[in-house]
Design a protein around this ligand. Structure first.
Ligand code: URA
Length: 213
């Protein structure tokens, strides 16, 4: 597993505003959307392309277009939904699958309550959207589902990550696995508190996006 912490002034600027406790939900949603689009630029760096030529008004130009089959974008319910528009804006040809996991507040263990994914992902590149890579339990489950269905590569896009979660994924998906697994994030924080929250983090991403329901 490879981890990339996006090092860009705009990413840092937007992440800092996102963290701020005074940022309200509408602004938090807008900033998440913008941040995902910036992270998606890095996350799609290895996406497969095919060479094509086009006719310009002046002459022939060598170029590229995304190779088939279409990529799959998988937001993890519920907070990943806040990242979907920002991702599909950059990848409009992508199909969208959904996975829902709920984390037990005591054990911090995540269990799957919904999964709407193609049964066969052979040759498909998958992008998982989950704002917070905390313990890594959720992403380990979701990435495992995609790898077991034949995905050619899996990239998780996270607004923030904790070293504990990154280490867990590195153990579950070692670099010599035939399927490349990557995490692209705007920041790697200090660690987790005893409730599994990222410190200093930004709080509960789902609540900040959609309210405390
Ligand atoms: N999920 C969140 O929403 N925030 C955290 O800090 C950790 C997990």
């Amino acid at each position: 597993m490879q981890t990339l912490v996006a090092d860009h002034p705009l990413v840092s600027h937007k992440l800092t505003a996102l963290r701020d406790v005074r940022t309200d939900s509408p602004t938090f949603r807008r900033l998440s959307d913008e941040l995902v689009t910036l992270l998606a630029y890095e996350a799609t760096r290895h996406i497969r392309i095919e060479r094509v030529q086009v006719q310009t008004p002046i002459g022939r130009a060598d170029g590229a277009r995304l190779a088939g089959p279409p990529p799959l974008v998988v937001p993890v319910l519920r907070a990943g939904i806040g990242m979907l528009d920002g991702m599909t804006r950059l990848l409009p040809s992508a199909e969208v699958g959904f996975v829902g996991l709920a984390r037990d507040d005591e054990t911090l263990v995540a269990s799957t309550y919904a999964a709407r994914l193609p049964a066969d992902l052979t040759g498909r590149e998958a992008f998982v959207l989950d704002p917070m890579l905390a313990t890594g339990g959720t992403l380990e489950t979701v990435i495992g589902m995609l790898v077991s269905r034949g995905a050619a590569a899996v990239t998780a896009i996270c607004l923030l990550a904790a070293p504990e979660g990154a280490a867990r994924l590195a153990g579950a998906f070692p670099a010599d696995l035939p399927v490349p697994v990557r995490v692209v994030t705007a920041g790697m924080d200090d660690g987790l508190n005893d409730r599994g929250y990222i410190v200093p983090g930004l709080g509960d991403a789902g609540d900040r996006l959609f309210g405390e329901i």
